[in-house]
Design a protein around this ligand. Structure first.
Ligand code: GAR
Length: 216
């Protein structure tokens, strides 16, 4: 059983999806603690309501001193004997040193089909690029933002009348499906890093074409 910490900064809907999935009897990971770098993160209440211990480590109070913030975070992770970290809308950049320490053991979710559209406003970026399919990616964290070995992706069609908000809502549903599945895969030993590539023991279903738009 892997011991997981989820790091959030806001709403925490992915955290809630992970917590819910991890309650299943045969889930290979346990959500041990939810840590926020913001005291007013809405997700903290949901974590508490689900009976998960929470912790606030205010990054603001460390100013620009990332290393000091990370030292505090690391000691909380050590105290809880954490094996895996899941970032869920955690909006603070880590030093390369911290990322290296958690290499292959820290997951993130980003609402685009990486390597397209990393960073801010991924849905606006997708709409401006005119892609017909978008989605979400769960990946291992590397020092570069929203990059790293891809564990799992889920896709949705982009509609002609989509706005960043409507697209975000459909992609979020996908996020809530793939993040628990990706954590299950990693925690059960179903992934292996081969340089920049994450090999997985699971495979795509044989009938897996998503074509958009549909010509009738
Ligand atoms: C999610 O859409 C997640 O993919 C995104 O922030 C949102 C957090 O929502 N993450 C990033 O953009 C990372 N670059 P949540 O707090 O409800 O899980």
């Amino acid at each position: 059983m892997k011991r997981v910490a989820i790091l959030i900064s806001g709403r925490g809907s992915n955290m809630t999806a992970l917590v819910k999935a991890a309650k299943a009897e045969n889930f290979p990971a346990e959500i041990v603690v939810v840590i926020s770098n913001k005291g007013d993160a809405a997700g903290l209440e949901n974590a508490k309501a689900a009976g998960i211990p929470t912790l606030v480590i205010e990054s603001k109070s460390f100013g620009g001193d990332r290393a000091a913030f990370e030292a505090k975070l690391q000691s909380a992770l050590d105290d809880n004997r954490i094996d895996l970290i899941c970032l869920g809308g955690f909006m603070r950049l880590f030093t390369a040193e911290f990322v290296q320490r958690w290499h292959g053991r820290m997951l993130n979710i980003h609402p685009s089909l990486l390597p397209s559209f990393p960073g801010l406003d991924p849905h606006g970026q997708a709409l401006r690029a005119g892609v017909k399919i978008s989605g979400a990616t769960v990946h291992f964290v590397i020092p570069e933002t929203d990059a790293g070995p891809i564990i799992m992706q889920g896709a949705v069609s982009v509609r002609n009348d989509d706005t960043a908000e409507t697209l975000a809502a459909r992609v979020l549903e996908i996020e809530h499906r793939i993040y628990p599945d990706a954590l299950r895969l990693v925690a059960s030993g179903g992934t292996q890093l081969d340089g920049d590539i994450c090999k997985t023991s699971a495979n795509a279903s044989p009938d897996d074409a998503l074509i958009s738009p549909e010509v009738i």
